[in-house]
Design a protein around this ligand. Structure first.
Ligand SMILES: [Zn+2]
Length: 97
């Protein structure tokens, strides 16, 4: 992977982190692999499939062509990882009794 690709991926990962950090409550889980993520530029929402790393936003195709993923995919992946972590903590708490 060349330096420019790494930079493009990193930039979108960082934007995804900011999106998840600042608008977490607005990210909705529709099913195990499907999330609805708010747009940062308008009132719309985009649908992300975390399994396929697919998003309905205009940046998706451009990002994909550059070997990257849009920020919505990264935000949804963070949301999913966060849910999983909370679930595992809850499970451990229950096991403790
Ligand atoms: Zn997107």
């Amino acid at each position: 992977m060349d330096t420019e690709t790494v930079q493009r991926v990193t930039t979108r990962v960082e934007r995804g982190i900011v999106l998840w950090t600042t608008r977490r409550e607005e990210i909705k889980r529709l099913s195990a692999d499907v999330y609805s993520v708010p747009s940062c530029t308008n009132d719309g929402r985009y649908t992300v499939n975390t399994d396929l790393r697919f998003c309905t936003c205009p940046d998706h195709a451009r990002a994909k062509a550059q070997g990257a993923r849009c920020k919505h995919v990264h935000a949804a992946l963070l949301c999913k990882a966060h849910r999983r972590e909370l679930r595992e903590i809850a499970k451990a708490e229950r096991a403790k009794g």
